[in-house]
Design a protein around this ligand. Structure first.
Ligand code: CMC
Length: 389
């Protein structure tokens, strides 16, 4: 027996001391390693941000080149993934389910990853994971639409290469639109880390048992797939499509207030103010729509935001748009199918997951093992089947 502090759903628990990401939910502030998200989104690139997260400092030019080369070196997947592993899925398998399984399967290709105590081994897996997950993600999409897989083109940037693996249909190469590639890179920066969210907690929990990082990241991706977490971006698009017209917005909001479903893409455990990522996503949408044409669902989203932000129900509960509210509109305008939206969240979040995993092991954290308040039956004697009524 002991005295346990009960905090269901970790409403008031600080899980760890962490030097990675700073989040002030009341002020709407987000910083990676001290750098404001707004500056990183405007001036950095996803790969540079991944370096920053993993190493704690921005790279100099030589370090960035080496890092980029290291990632490029590992973009290929073992060919059995293409020929055998993915081929086993049903034709309409959800790409997020394929990604979760594929990330766990990567573990079997790199048995050295089990030695989680060796920093050099850890670093190799960090690079492999950041490099290979986009290839796996694109392969999941190509499989689900019956298209041949596209090998990585390492002459392209990280994000352009992902777009090439998604969309390339003809030789010699895919020519990405620079505005769209930059917009996706910005979205990747915004999604790279978010301190102790549900997926990162899963990564840390499984990692604390010294399971290898592929298995741990697969658990994190599984958590991310949930509609209350990263899966919300997919649900937002389905919600906007089902509302169908701006005139239906007031009735939809009335239903939400009556408890008939949630306004997806709104609310956050930590942000009690406008999610700073959502602000940047909204600005990014304008640049994307210049190229792709305006997504007609944008008007419904803007109306939902306008109505919700002036409604007492949402004001009193401090419910604001979160990162998922506008991102799906961009993904859709860029041609991504709705099923890929959460996969697009997972690709950049890998940098955050592996950084938290590394920090946990560097801190020599003990295995995560909370207690509970037992509320079940007292001790009682087993009753043989024939004596039970
Ligand atoms: N629509 C309507 N009501 C809401 C919403 C919403 N989206 N979010 C919260 N509420 C209400 C909730 O019903 C509760 O009301 P009451 O006090 O009357 O019971 C109150 O606001 C507090 O909400 P909560 O569920 O206790 O808050 P939480 O911190 O446990 O949940 C959340 C946070 C993000 C899970 C929740 O806001 C939600 O389900 N939002 C919709 C899903 C979503 O957009 N998720 C993406 C989050 S950001 C990206 C990420 O995490 O990956």
């Amino acid at each position: 027996p002991g005295i346990w502090i009960s905090d269901p759903s970790f409403m008031t628990t600080a899980l760890a001391s962490s030097a990675i990401t700073y989040l002030d939910g009341e002020g709407g502030v987000l910083r990676y390693r001290g750098y404001p998200i707004e500056q990183l989104a405007e001036r950095s690139s996803y790969l540079e941000v991944a370096y920053l997260l993993v190493h704690g400092e921005l790279p100099d030019a030589a370090q960035l080149q080496t890092w980029t080369d290291e990632i490029r070196m590992h973009t290929y997947l073992h060919d059995n993934f293409r020929k055998r592993f993915l081929d086993g899925f049903h034709y309409d398998a959800h790409p997020m389910g394929m990604l979760v399984s594929g990330m766990a399967a990567l573990s079997t290709f790199y048995p050295e990853a089990k030695d989680v105590t060796d920093p050099a081994v850890r670093r190799r897996q960090i690079i492999r994971m950041i490099a290979k997950v986009p290839t796996l993600a694109a392969a999941c999409h190509r499989y689900s639409v019956g298209m041949p897989f596209v090998y990585p083109d390492n002459s392209l940037s990280f994000t352009e290469n992902f777009l090439s693996m998604m969309w390339k249909v003809a030789e010699p190469r895919y020519e990405p639109d620079p505005v769209l590639a930059r917009a996706l890179d910005v979205l990747f920066i915004l999604h790279a880390d978010h301190e102790q969210n549900c997926g990162t907690l899963a990564m840390r929990t499984v990692g604390s048992a010294h399971a290898d990082p592929y298995i741990a990241a697969s658990a994190a991706a599984a958590a991310l797939s949930g509609p209350l977490h990263g899966g919300a971006n997919e649900q937002v698009l389905r919600m906007l499509a089902s509302i169908g017209h701006v005139d239906n917005v007031p009735a939809f909001i009335a239903d939400v207030k009556a408890g008939k479903g949630k306004l997806m893409g709104f609310g956050h455990r930590v942000y009690k103010n406008y999610d700073p990522r959502a602000k940047i996503v909204k600005q990014t949408a304008d640049a994307v729509f210049e190229v792709t044409g305006r997504n007609p669902l944008l008007d419904i989203a803007l109306k939902l935001e306008e109505v919700a932000l002036s409604d007492e129900y949402f004001i009193s509960r401090k419910l604001y748009p979160n990162v998922d509210f506008y991102s799906g509109l961009i993904y859709q305008a860029m041609g991504f199918p709705t099923e890929m939206f959460t996969v697009l969240f997972a690709i950049p979040r890998v940098a955050g997951w592996v950084t938290h995993w590394q920090e946990l092991l560097e801190q020599d954290a003990k295995i995560y093992r909370p207690r509970q308040l037992y509320v079940g039956r007292e001790s009682r004697d087993y009753v043989p089947l024939e004596q039970r009524s």
